[in-house]
Write a protein that binds this ligand. Structure first.
Ligand SMILES: Nc1ncnc2c1ncn2[C@@H]1O[C@H](COP(=O)(O)OP(=O)(O)OP(=O)(O)O)[C@@H](O)[C@H]1O
Ligand SMILES: [Mg+2]
Length: 326
């Protein structure tokens, strides 16, 4: 049910639903934020947990920027699960417009309604137009849904890959994030009882305007260091062998220091581990790497570079370093 402000109320929505207050509340400390994410299988470093904690407390959107596959989208998914909140996802793309992001009228249903009423002898234009521009004929898209009250508390709104949209949409989003309300000309102004938890992600294929960033708390999500990546791997794949996991992490970490067009993200590390386990590997060897390189590298130039000898050298370094540590 939407909350439409009474003073701008058209006709049909006089009953404003108040959100129930018995939902799971947001974490009270940075440690609790880390635990909340961890309970959903997300291993956050302290700086990420801190900015997330602050964004929840200050009720400000969290703007996450970073390379592909470093866990930006996952934060919103895990947070919504851990807090028992609805996840509303707006996947951005070039050409995204208001009818896909906010609302549109269900024209065909409106036409049928008009015909039925005319057939039934109803002639009052006013009554018909009042009724067809009502909740029943409104198709709510993610940004409008995010303003709705929900018994599980304010939802998590994930605006994913904002850099794929154009600046006009960005400006529109800024307007919504400024006061969490949307005006629908035929109905009035719809506003949220409580602001949703907003997480915006971008891969930085273009810069997002300062005005929007200023509304948000910003965090650059970096590749994890070896220790955290090992925690992620063990959290996601608890049964993985010690030797294989150590070699995978050491190799991927080294790979990220190579001059590659596209470095592997955490997603690739997890996929690689899965692939190697599927092939019954207990440790890395040149053949296993060559057989599975397409799981971690997705550009032929990068694959050729690693296949041409750099990969073998990396593997030698990994084996030497790990044997020295043992
Ligand atoms: N810190 C982490 N803890 C647990 N899992 C993680 C972490 N970081 C990444 N992952 C895992 O890596 C995968 C990719 O994460 P995600 O899709 O969130 O990346 P992304 O940054 O949104 O990438 P893209 O920019 O390509 O959309 C997910 O399956 C997620 O489980
Ligand atoms: Mg993503």
């Amino acid at each position: 049910m939407l909350n439409v402000q009474p003073e701008t109320l058209g006709r049909n929505w006089s009953n404003v639903l108040q959100a129930e207050s018995n939902f799971m509340s947001v974490p009270d400390s940075i440690d609790e934020t880390m635990d909340t994410l961890h309970s959903g299988g997300y291993v956050a470093d302290r700086s990420l947990a801190t900015v997330l904690f602050l964004s929840l407390k200050m009720k400000r959107p969290l703007f996450l920027e970073g390379e592909a596959g470093v866990g930006k989208t996952e934060i919103a998914k895990v947070l919504s699960q851990a807090l028992g909140r609805k996840l509303i996802r707006l996947q951005c793309y070039e050409g995204l417009d208001i009818s896909s992001a906010v609302y549109e009228w269900n024209y065909s249903a409106q036409m049928i309604e008009i015909r039925l009423r005319e057939a039934a002898g109803e002639t009052s234009k006013n009554t018909i137009s009042q009724d067809i521009f009502s909740d029943k004929f409104l198709i709510k898209r993610p940004l409008l849904q995010a303003l709705e009250s929900d018994k599980s508390g304010p939802p998590v709104l994930l605006v994913d890959e904002l850099d794929r949209t154009d600046e006009a949409f960005e400006a529109f989003l800024l307007e919504i994030l400024s006061d969490y309300q949307i005006t629908i000309p035929e109905i009035g102004t719809v506003s949220a009882d409580e602001p949703p938890i907003v997480i915006i992600t971008t891969n930085r294929t273009r810069e997002i305007h300062d005005a929007l960033k200023r509304r948000c708390l910003y965090h650059w999500v970096d590749y994890p260091d070896a220790e955290r990546e090992m925690q992620i791997l063990q959290t996601k794949m608890p049964g993985i062998g010690n030797r294989l996991s150590r070699e995978i992490i050491a190799y991927v970490q080294k790979l990220r220091h190579q001059d590659l067009f596209k470095k592997p993200g955490v997603a690739e590390t997890l996929d690689w581990a899965t692939a190697l386990i599927e092939l019954d590997k207990l440790a890395l060897d040149p053949q296993a790497i060559s057989d599975t390189i397409g799981v971690i590298l997705k550009y032929q130039d990068d694959i050729a570079k690693i296949a041409s000898g750099e990969g073998a050298e990396l593997l030698r370094e990994v084996k030497t370093e790990l044997s020295e540590l043992a």
